[in-house]
Ligand binder design. Structure first.
Ligand code: PMP
Length: 422
């Protein structure tokens, strides 16, 4: 499958070779890299993307969830063009800023006050800083398999002592979906625990939903410990109007957002309890600083406002998530009897090649990488672009027709490769 890929993609290969001269590994975004070289993408329209060699693919990756609106939403496009025509570096508050913030707060009621950033990573860094300052404590509990940003990454087997490129915090790492151990870790950290940072579903870690009971224990125990509960809803906020927190009826102290909420432009936000966020009010003598040249950049403010208020209605979101539920069920019918399965919630899913239960980061890490690679290259050849790790994030323009054709392509893959994947 790899040899066929190399032969079919000379222009992508040449782009990659050029990139090697100035970007380490030809790359400025680790997640896009895969052997032997990643595709150069030249254009997108609706739910279709074209690569440098002229192949068209159904875009099922949806920019790792940031591409929820597809490639040519007319309402968002018009908002961006209008903003462009009025100038984009205005040295002041663009008029869309507070309206966009109000639209975010309206959708996510636990975010009583919020601030914008440029990425989900920054949003999480700011939420952690808020929690450590507010509590005067240092320790932060996170979970194995979680991804909270480029410098906040906790893959299975992560050792806080080795650090990697993670920002220095006093990390405590516990097993995901293990309520008992999380309770022990929180009680064990006692009055040194500043925060618990958790994804309501491991997103990059394989679309593994959190048990509602696990999250409920985190809520109760952080409250008892006087620590700040932070929900990283950078990916999961799309799973219901109001995010996963609304679907589960659990109110975190702080929430972080990113990805699609900025209408496809660079975006992040952190917000929550008024008493915590009011510390950023610059009129206060003890105000915390939160600066950032592009925090309120005109393109994001305009695109995000249009996206949240005019495109992503609760009905549109529900239809997207229903489509995802149907797609996952159909894929799992195709995989029946094989050591393969699609996990996830709503419009987010990941295909895993294993028959073990999948509840933790370590469970996911046991999946077979070679079968995943075969699946990726094979589906690419059949015209479907998904993440190398098997993730699918549906966007609004992906319709029933694309889903049906994808399920048929996966069924053909299973038929032709059954001997390799069983
Ligand atoms: N949190 C989660 C749950 C994410 O999935 C991501 C990005 N994949 C981030 C944070 C980081 O967001 P960004 O890439 O915008 O920095």
């Amino acid at each position: 499958a790899r040899a066929r890929y190399v032969a079919a993609n000379p222009a992508s290969s040449a782009r990659y070779t050029d990139a090697l001269a100035v970007l380490p590994g030809g790359n400025t975004r680790t997640v896009l890299f895969h052997e032997p070289f990643p595709l150069g993408i030249v254009r997108g329209e609706g739910c279709v993307i074209w690569d440098a060699d002229g192949h068209a693919y159904v875009d099922l990756l949806g920019e790792y969830t940031a591409g929820l609106f597809g490639h040519s939403d007319p309402v968002i496009r018009a908002a961006v063009v209008e903003a462009l025509e009025n100038g984009v570096t205005l040295s002041g508050h663009p008029m869309a800023e507070a309206r966009f913030a109000a639209a975010v707060a309206d959708r996510f009621p636990s975010m009583e006050l919020l601030r914008f950033t440029n990425s989900g990573t920054e949003a999480n860094l700011m939420a952690l800083a808020t929690a450590t300052v507010a509590t005067g404590r240092r320790r932060v509990l996170v979970f194995e398999g979680a991804y909270h940003g480029g410098v906040l990454s906790f893959p299975a087997g992560y050792d806080p002592k080795s650090g990697g490129v993670n920002v220095p915090h006093e990390w405590v790492v516990a097993e995901y979906n293990n309520a008992e151990r999380a309770r022990d870790a929180i009680r064990g950290a006692g009055d040194e625990l500043a925060a618990v940072l958790v994804e309501p579903m491991l997103g990059s870690g394989g679309c593994i939903p959190a048990d509602p009971d696990f999250l409920a224990v985190l809520r109760a125990e952080t409250e008892r410990a006087g620590a700040v509960l932070i929900f990283d809803e950078v990916m999961t906020s799309r799973l219901a109007p109001g995010g996963r927190q609304a679907a589960l009826g659990i109110r975190p102290d702080l929430t972080t957002l990113g990805k699609y909420v900025g209408g496809g432009m660079s975006f992040g936000a952190f917000g929550g309890r008024r008493d915590l966020m009011a510390r950023y009010d610059p009129r206060r003598p003890d105000a915390l600083a939160h600066a950032g040249t592009f925090n309120n950049n005109v393109l994001t403010m305009s695109a995000g406002l249009a996206a949240l208020t005019r495109v992503l209605t609760p009905a549109a979101l529900a239809a997207l998530n229903d489509r995802g539920e149907r797609l996952r069920a159909e894929l799992n019918r195709v995989f029946a009897g094989l050591p393969a399965r699609a996990t996830g919630l709503g419009s987010l899913l990941t295909v895993h090649f294993t028959d073990r239960p999948l509840r933790t980061g370590a469970d996911v890490a046991l999946g077979d990488p070679l079968r995943k690679e075969l699946f990726f290259f094979d589906l690419l050849h059949r015209g479907f672009h998904l993440a190398r790790r098997g993730m699918v994030a549906l966007s609004l323009p992906v319709g029933d027709d694309e889903c049906t054709r994808f399920v048929e392509a996966v069924a053909d893959f299973v038929d032709e490769r059954r001997h390799l994947i069983s």
